[in-house]
Design a protein around this ligand. Structure first.
Ligand code: ZN
Length: 116
């Protein structure tokens, strides 16, 4: 049995989470108190956490953008990208043509059906 430092109740050691920080290898709060504390902490800090996460995303986005700008400036990368695009086009030429034809057909049909 161990006394919970929070609710002051004696509980079986099964009711305590393990902790390497404590001498007895168990947390001083019982599982129940610990989970309640986590929940209330989360409730209290949710907005803070969310806004800091948002800020983090913003800061990172800037960095990411910079990264892509620099990356795109690289002439070697430009060449590679062009090569990739060209080979992709080669492979999908038929599909692209078919899709374009289909689009044109739909457009034509819509025009016919549209009252002026
Ligand atoms: Zn407790």
């Amino acid at each position: 049995m161990k006394k919970c430092a929070k609710c002051k109740e004696y509980k079986d050691i099964d009711f305590f989470n393990h902790s390497k920080l404590n001498k007895d290898g168990l947390q001083s709060w019982c599982k129940n108190c610990a989970s309640l504390a986590t929940k209330s902490w989360y409730k209290k800090n949710r907005n803070k956490m969310l806004s800091s996460m948002k800020k983090y995303g913003k800061d990172n986005r800037k960095e990411l953008n910079n990264y892509y700008v620099e990356y795109n400036k690289d002439p070697d990368h430009k060449r590679k990208k062009a090569e990739i695009n060209a080979s992709w086009y080669q492979r999908n030429r038929e599909d692209i043509r078919k899709r374009q034809n289909e689009k044109n057909r739909i457009k034509r049909e819509n025009k016919v059906n549209e009252p002026n």
